[in-house]
Design a protein around this ligand. Structure first.
Ligand SMILES: Cc1ncc(COP(=O)(O)O)c(C=O)c1O
Length: 394
């Protein structure tokens, strides 16, 4: 309770406030954790609520005790919808981004001759998934390249516009790429798609919980995300948004007990068999946690941390920064390459010498080390990370 009161009351501009936030996470202090784009730790309040309900469920799995989870899921739906500025009926509670995107990939009516536009930097769940279905149903998947770093929002939009033909049925892009951290002009892409009656799917794995995502204003037809990344929630929990007008046209990929023709809105997409109800409660706790801080404050702090990294890294001779500096073209993913050292060697050295947990792409155009900080990190850790890279760069 004291923690909650402190979080809501303190001014989020000062380091002491963010230190208090950082102390809510059980991270090993001997390590600098910079891999939010992969998995974020859950805060203690989120874990506590998860464990509390795990105990509740296992102690009393009777239907009578479990009725409350239905209500709790509806409350979660309402909270998530409010955060994303959409309606609760447009939200399905899924298991992760991969599942959400695949529900869209599998659920849209597509036939031979149709075309789907993706980008080369989409995650496999929004790239290979389309290609596999295309092999079966005979439609065409066109992957557009992504410049490193991005040239401009207009250039990103233009590359998609150029790929559109009268046969285009879907444009599936990534809100913020995990490869080089490009923030797509999602609103403009959605508007372009809407004008032509094309379904626009947005992969939000790297934006929900990192940026103050306003789907009402962006206007995609669907948006999939995970709880265990920037939202700092439980593993295997996620959300899928489908625009009200599109729900009837999306086939449910999974049908099992609890499914009915008259399920309201996107609920028909979350009937996946017996669910892990305590996990769904933990997802609600994760929303509560970021809402207590304020999603705008979370984004501002995350951007300040990422900005400190980018400024520091760009000042090192021998470092090629692959992520854009501009806020409108970037978010929490920071990618760079050391010109004088192999990426695998640099990645290993960062862990072995500095206990710096990052991610890496070993080869290809996105080759490099990925740092992705979040609100549990300190500015001092950003400076230590930059100093570690400077040391490697020689
Ligand atoms: C852009 C993007 N989309 C989708 C995913 C898949 O997320 P999940 O494993 O939670 O389904 C990831 C994971 O890193 C990602 O970066």
């Amino acid at each position: 309770m004291a923690f909650s009161a402190g979080l809501a009351a303190a001014a989020p501009a000062d380091e002491a406030y963010w230190q208090m936030v950082g102390r809510q996470f059980p991270l090993d202090e001997k390590m600098i954790y910079l891999n939010a784009a992969n998995v974020c730790p859950a805060s203690r309040p989120v874990m506590d609520r998860h464990i509390e309900y795990l105990r509740d469920f296992q102690a009393n799995p009777s239907f009578q005790n479990r009725y409350k989870y239905v209500e709790m899921r509806e409350r979660l739906r309402t909270t998530a919808a409010r955060m994303l500025r959409v309606s609760a009926d447009e939200i399905a509670v899924t298991r992760n981004t991969s599942e959400g995107s695949n529900l869209v990939v599998k659920g849209i009516d597509l036939k031979a001759g149709d075309e789907v536009i993706v980008t080369e930097h989409n995650h496999p769940s929004n790239l290979d998934s389309w290609k596999v279905r295309a092999r079966r149903d005979g439609f065409v998947v066109k992957a557009v390249p992504v410049a490193i770093p991005a040239v401009s929002g207009d250039a990103l939009l233009g590359s998609i516009e150029k790929a559109i033909t009268p046969r285009t049925r879907v444009i599936a892009v990534t809100h913020l790429t995990s490869t080089t951290g490009v923030l797509y002009p999602a609103r403009e892409v959605a508007a372009l798609a809407r004008r032509r009656g094309i379904w626009m799917h947005l992969d939000g794995a790297q934006t929900f919980g990192a940026l103050d995502v306003d789907l009402g204003s962006i206007g995609p037809d669907s948006y999939a995300t995970s709880a265990h990344k920037w939202l700092m929630g439980p593993l295997e929990a996620g959300l899928l948004y489908v625009r009200a007008e599109r729900i009837a046209g999306l086939w449910p990929a999974i049908v099992t007990a609890g499914w009915a023709d008259n399920l309201k809105g996107a609920r028909k997409l979350e009937v996946l068999g017996q669910r892990d109800d305590p996990r769904v409660v933990a997802l609600e706790a994760a929303l509560d946690f970021v809402n207590l801080i304020g999603m705008g404050n979370v984004e501002a702090r995350m951007r300040a941390l990422a900005g400190r990294l980018k400024t520091g890294l760009s000042g090192i001779a021998g470092v090629e920064l692959k992520t854009n500096m501009q806020a409108e073209l970037s978010g929490g993913v920071v990618k760079f390459k050391l010109r004088g050292m192999g990426t695998k060697k640099a990645y290993d050295a960062l862990w072995e010498r500095h206990r710096l947990s990052a991610a890496s792409t070993p080869s290809g155009e996105s080759e490099g080390i990925r740092f992705s900080p979040h609100i549990y990190n300190s500015m001092e850790q950003m400076d230590r990370a930059v100093a570690a890279v400077r040391e490697l760069a020689g």
